[in-house]
Design a protein around this ligand. Structure first.
Ligand code: FES
Ligand code: FES
Length: 157
């Protein structure tokens, strides 16, 4: 079926077979490779995107469900040509190793900080509980969230 959706502010079209996921359509048909396929079962969070402004795992959404809807991917974070404060904080805090989990985590952190600009440690851990990282041990990711929150509060990049 032909699916027409708004991705990162632009209306796009792609042919999708009935069982295709939004994740596979983003990556295989629309050339948006930022969202990663870590498990395809909703377990790892590496495919996190906004679906009509709600954080979802793109592997659990059918491509057909995206018809007429709005999707924002990790690529939208740096749409203005410079890194989003969350992305900058991940780099500066050393929260990126292999980087496979990073796009999903950055989307989840950006989502959290939109809702709660000054989250507690407990709130951060709860918000990121669906995002798995095999490399960092998570402390540097938590450091990155605090760094991003501080910088966004102060209006610094
Ligand atoms: S690939 Fe979607 S949650 Fe792991
Ligand atoms: S940096 Fe490798 S999985 Fe998180």
């Amino acid at each position: 079926m032909l699916v027409r959706l708004n991705v990162n502010g632009e209306w796009r079209e792609a042919e999708a077979w009935p069982g295709a996921s939004l994740l596979s359509m983003l990556r295989d048909d629309l050339g948006l490779w930022g969202s990663k396929n870590g498990c395809e079962q909703g377990e790892c969070g590496s495919c996190s995107v906004w679906f009509d402004r709600e954080l979802v795992c793109a592997c659990l959404v059918l491509a057909a469900q995206a018809d007429g809807r709005h999707v924002e991917t990790v690529e939208s974070l740096a749409a203005a040509g410079s890194l989003h404060p969350v992305q900058r904080a991940f780099l500066d805090a050393g929260a990126v190793q292999c980087g496979f989990c990073t796009p999903g985590l950055e989307v989840a952190v950006a989502d959290l900080l939109q809702r709660d600009p000054d989250p507690t440690e407990e709130t951060i851990r709860e918000a990121l509980s669906g995002n798995l990282c095999r490399c960092t041990g998570y402390q540097k990711i938590l450091d990155a969230v605090h760094l991003a929150a501080d910088r966004m509060e102060q209006g610094t990049p």
